[in-house]
Design a binder for this molecule. Sequence first.
Ligand code: KG4
Ligand code: ZN
Length: 343
Amino acid sequence: MSDGALVLGIETSCDETGVGIVRGTTLLANAVASSVEEHARFGGVVPEVASRAHLDAMVPAIRRALDDASVTWRDVDAIAVTAGPGLAGALLVGVAAAKAYSIALGKPLYGVNHLSAHVAVDVLEHGPLPEPCVALLVSGGHSSLLLVSDLTRDVRPLGATVDDAAGEAFDKVARVLGLPFPGGPHIDRVAGDGDAALVSFPRGKADDGTLDFSFSGLKTAVARWVEARERAGLPIPVADVAASFQEAVVDVLTTKAIVACRSHGVDYLLIGGGVAANSRLRALAEQRCAAAGIRLRVPRPGLCTDNGAMVAALGALLVEAGRPASSLDLPADSSLPITEVLV
Ligand code: KG4
Ligand code: ZN
């Protein structure tokens, strides 16, 4: 058996009930139950529906993770749980479950930051994090550039979106194009057959000298373009519009990520979060990092979207670093700042 603490991680910040088990940096189980289909007809995640789904899925997901890892609760050294940021009611289900297991079984509890966990998950695939590194974190709720000097205690925000998150823009543009929710994977799929040069959509804040992002103008530009075509009675070239939109997003993301590495003298870029599953983002980042002499790390797509293994991975890093466990009155904090890795 490999070294390291055996940590069970619980994730319930949005619509995925995730329970993962790791030993140190080795992934043993990653059970994910998603309520996404219950939200699809509303075109977005409905918080109350997500909370109820977490309640139903929690115990079966824990059982499945323990079975998949071939361990019992007795073997578990520590429990980690997403304490924020996320949907308040959804977070509460995970935090309450983690506290109950912690108290009943006498295991230490680590309330961790969801965004840091999206970075930590990469250790399960590519080994210890190169520090310092720049992390580009792109999900449904966040788009940030971070300077990670020590993931367990020193994460500094360099820039963030001033309006929509990248994933949110994917989801909204997908709706405009008549694609199902969540839109990111659908845009990724249809864009594969599209012409990314058909429309040159705006690259928000591309040349403003900051490391911030803006995607709301882009989303509006796509909607206006589609409306104009409809008014003219012309068909919508969905694949081409999807590809052109996607190109605008990944162009700005990769450009600014490389500027962040250069201006902080950092040789490593790590990309995490649901949008990191995007095939064009992965390909363009690969190409641009190679040209800039920057080493790129991106977890496999299945570890980019929300899961419990990422929470367990961060928990194991915190145990390894000797950080004290959270107190049992730890709150679920829907707007937990990125600088707070451990609550
Ligand atoms: O990290 P995540 O699973 O949940 C949050 O923490 O928000 O990210 C979900 C977001 C959604 O907006 C979804 O559309 C987007 O990630 N996403 C993608 C892809 N897969 C998921 N966006 C673009 N391309 C993808 N392949
Ligand atoms: Zn996430």
